[in-house]
Write a protein of this length. Sequence first.
Length: 266
Amino acid sequence: MPDYLDDLRLAHVLADAADAATMARFKALDLKVETKPDMTPVSEADKAAEELIRGQLQRARPRDAILGEEYGVEGTGPRRWVIDPIDGTKNYVRGVPVWATLISLMEAGEGGYQPVVGVVSAPALNRRWWAAQGHGAFTGRSLSSASRIHVSRVGKLTDASFAYSSLSGWEEQGRLNGFLDLTREVWRTRAYGDFWPYMMVAEGSVDLCAEPELSLWDMAANAIIVTEAGGTFTGLDGRPGPHSGNAVASNGLLHDELLGYLNQRY
């Protein structure tokens, strides 16, 4: 079984380069922002960070495919790097520090491509999280300065902290009533948004999180980090991994109850 540690080291190098590029333009008064066809913003920093990561991958892993949010898929084969250059672009362009570069390596298997390496780097928060299959999940500033993380052991919804991004997506899918029922049942709710709730589930400071509509690059790195921390990461359909177009993450103990609430439609 591959240990993926060389790939994890490379992912850290890629994240270091992306951090330097994104932080150099964070809060820049002349930052250029465009609107994509799906009406979401993209900044010059998104594009520059992805181009930088792609360039380094093409030199270091020329046989691997690359899928990125801004420039699509390039190459074929059993190994595919998945990149979100800035997860939380709306925060980035407004000067809110909750954004991160997400880098994952996915490998083809019996159930399709699955994440085997993930790095989430949030330089404006001075935080980074990572995992490699079979090696656990960690947080710190570097591989040599890290602490292992693990999900919580909260076993009752009434004691649980639930994080989410917004209400509108749940309403659009007809799931808002179940979502609100869940918020009334749990101990605490907070809308941290984007990558951050998944990282907090992985490190045990939050017990549950979910988002109703996502792309693969939003989820791949988060999924391997949550699962290597001992948690559960599925879609709303209960399918393990980042392939359902939405995400539900938990400490595992509360996952079935979480899915039950979020799948209520009325």
